[in-house]
Design a protein around this ligand. Structure first.
Ligand code: AMP
Length: 113
């Protein structure tokens, strides 16, 4: 597996505001928040994009979604939130280590830009 910026956060080689961790996943605050609450949930083992996942990743993908739910509850987002997975160039992805954005704390708009 290639090394990534987020793998360095997993290994504590660069600082981050980590708010949740288990054996498979890590959650930390986005360095450039787009909402009052903006958290990234990542798998500890890097997969570049959602498009690179395969059927054997199904349990991990379910775990990441359940981690989103858990972290959102932990953050008190009882009014709701948005989950975003930017995928590839057209998806606006900039860090090629799969991550789920949790955005909350304000009313989201639709459609996104
Ligand atoms: P994406 O554009 O979907 O690939 O999202 C990458 C996200 O990572 C952006 O929202 C960045 O603000 C965020 N980001 C980049 N570097 C860091 C970092 N060192 N710590 C926390 N978030 C970061």
């Amino acid at each position: 597996m290639s090394d990534t910026l987020f793998s360095k956060i997993v290994r504590r080689e660069i600082p981050a505001d980590i708010i949740y961790e288990d054996n498979l996943a890590l959650a930390f605050r986005d360095i450039n928040p787009q909402a009052p609450v903006h958290i990234l949930v990542i798998p500890k083992d890097p997969i570049p994009t959602l498009a690179d996942t395969e059927s054997h990743n199904h349990a991990l993908l379910g775990h990441l979604l359940l981690t989103v739910k858990r972290v959102a509850e932990q953050e008190g987002l009882e009014n709701g939130y948005r989950v975003v997975i930017n995928t590839g160039q057209d998806g606006g992805q900039t860090v090629y280590h799969l991550h789920l954005h949790i955005l909350g704390g304000r009313q989201m708009q639709w459609p996104p830009g």
